[in-house]
Write a protein that binds this ligand. Structure first.
Ligand code: CLF
Ligand code: SF4
Length: 480
């Protein structure tokens, strides 16, 4: 089975490990998608959005254009030298573009990467603190490339003011970063807020931010715009509070909740980095995600990408489209060709689905015991990568009926210039120690042997991830 378009998937770690170790966790890890009923219209709205649909992220790409430098609040996990940390890894700097340059870049990328379906503006500051540049960019793209979905990520402070404009421009996906619904907690995250030409410090500012975020959520719901909420998990500050945030956003119609780990290091120069505030462990992150999962759809495949990200999630092709390069390129945006590629992807997705269902049917009588498998994939929803080339493994939880993506784990890839590295293999084994098997396109005898010695089985295949995982489960189950 060969996908219509190939992509390389690499990523930051937002893994989860210990809690779902071999044997399962007794039911806390609910199937996020199963808990949320979706009608056909809603499914169609998210079908090719790589962030709103976990399944779509194997096939479709997004890009960001960095047109919005200013910000109107201060988050303690942000250093203004870098991109907005609400949707980016700290320490990443993007090249600023004018709206016209951004439109040129989008047309170039849309020609070169036809599976790019979504254009997001996520910084480097707050898009709504730069309304002219943000909206001008969206206008230009809506006019020149109408088949591209528009997406916006904001801290929410100015959202109620711009809701009509957002609606008018047909921006169908808006993310708000909401880290608290209790201003006392917010005061530990936001030192100040700048609203309507005045700076408000401490709790006074946080109250304004909270009020605008809640009003913004309600306005999005009323305008029938899909809303994703990002929350940064900050241990000791909002870890116990996030279920309350989850409840508040759910009540106000948010569609999906993305709980992301705080990434904090002194070299980022942020308040939290300099004062030793740590990020969550993978188990802490998963525990909070699981706590909220029964209530609404959770996003677990976020890669905390940059404000100029290009490609499949986790893939970083931004360097191929640096300002110096894309300004020299002639846009080859061709809606008919793009449509053809999308039709190919959809056909392929149908085949994947059918293959999965076939194996699922034969598995129905198997036990419900859960286990984890690690998958090497270049995208397309397939096991299709050589063990030695994998820079990340996607972790799936499998039981007799279901294969559910739960995390991705970044690793140093094993083949360095054609040579396997023992220290790297040790690290990979450590990173995958709670997995029953690795599913790969190919693997050398030496790493295979060492994985087996560590109690991790290997499966070589080139097929749909779910199919390979269920077949492995079937086999494993017989051997028990
Ligand atoms: Fe970009 Fe954000 Fe739109 Fe996606 S990213 S503006 S919703 S198109 Fe996606 Fe990147 Fe995570 Fe954001 S993986 S950081 S959630
Ligand atoms: Fe930084 Fe984004 Fe927070 Fe503004 S909203 S302070 S750019 S993280």
């Amino acid at each position: 089975m060969t996908p219509p378009v190939q992509g390389i998937v690499t990523s930051e770690v937002t893994e989860s490990k210990a809690a779902q170790a071999k044997g399962g966790c007794g039911g806390c890890n609910s199937d996020d998608s199963a808990t949320v009923e979706m009608d056909e219209k809603l499914k169609a709205r998210i079908a090719n959005h790589p962030c709103y649909s976990e399944e779509a992220h194997h096939h479709y790409a997004r890009m960001h254009v960095a047109v919005a430098p200013a910000c109107n609040i201060q988050c303690n996990y942000c250093n203004r030298k870098y991109d907005c940390a609400n949707e980016s890894r700290p320490g990443v700097v993007s090249e600023l573009l004018t709206p016209e340059e951004a439109a040129q870049k989008v047309l170039v990328v849309a020609g070169k990467i036809p599976q790019m379906t979504v254009l997001g503006i996520a910084g480097p500051g707050d898009p709504l603190a730069n309304p002219e540049k943000t909206f001008r960019t969206f206008e230009l793209i809506a006019e020149k490339a109408p088949d591209i979905k528009l997406c916006l990520s904001t801290n929410g402070l100015m959202l109620p003011e711009y809701i009509d404009r957002i609606k008018q421009l047909n921006i169908d996906h808006v993310t708000i970063t909401i880290n608290m619904v209790d201003p006392e907690i917010g005061a530990k995250i936001y030192p100040w807020v700048h609203y309507k030409r005045k700076r408000y410090r401490g709790i006074e500012g946080v109250k304004i931010l909270h009020e605008k975020q809640m009003a913004g959520l309600e306005a999005l719901r009323d305008a029938d715009i899909l809303c994703k909420v990002n929350s940064v998990l900050i241990p000791g500050i909002n870890d116990h509070h996030l279920p309350e945030v989850n409840k508040a956003i759910r009540e106000r119609g948010a569609f999906i909740h993305n709980i992301m780990p705080l990434i904090s290091a002194p070299e980022h120069g942020t308040h939290f980095g300099l004062t030793g505030q740590r990020g969550p462990t993978t188990a802490e992150l998963k525990a909070v995600q699981d706590q909220c999962a029964g209530n609404m759809k959770m996003m677990r495949h976020c890669r905390q990408c940059r404000a100029d990200a290009v490609g499949l999630l986790g893939e970083d092709r931004s360097q191929e489209f640096s300002k110096e390069k894309f300004l020299e390129m002639t846009p080859e945006y061709d809606p008919a060709k793009r449509q053809e590629v999308h039709a190919g992807i959809e056909k392929f997705r149908e085949e994947l689905k059918a293959a999965k269902e076939l194996v699922q049917d034969t598995n129905l009588t198997l036990s419900g015991e859960k286990l984890l498998v690690a998958v090497a994939t270049k995208g397309g929803g397939l096991v299709n990568q050589h063990f030695g080339h994998a820079k990340e493994f996607q972790i799936y939880e499998v039981d007799g009926n279901k294969v559910q993506f739960i995390a991705h784990r970044k690793i140093d890839h094993y083949c360095q210039g054609g040579y396997g590295e023992d220290a790297t293999l040790d690290n990979i084994i450590k990173a995958l120690s709670d997995c029953q098997a690795v599913l790969v396109a190919k693997i050398g005898e030496c790493p295979k042997e060492q994985l087996h010695q560590a109690g991790i089985q290997t499966v070589e295949a080139y097929d749909a991830i779910e199919k390979v995982a269920l077949e492995f489960y079937q086999q494993w189950s017989k051997e028990q």
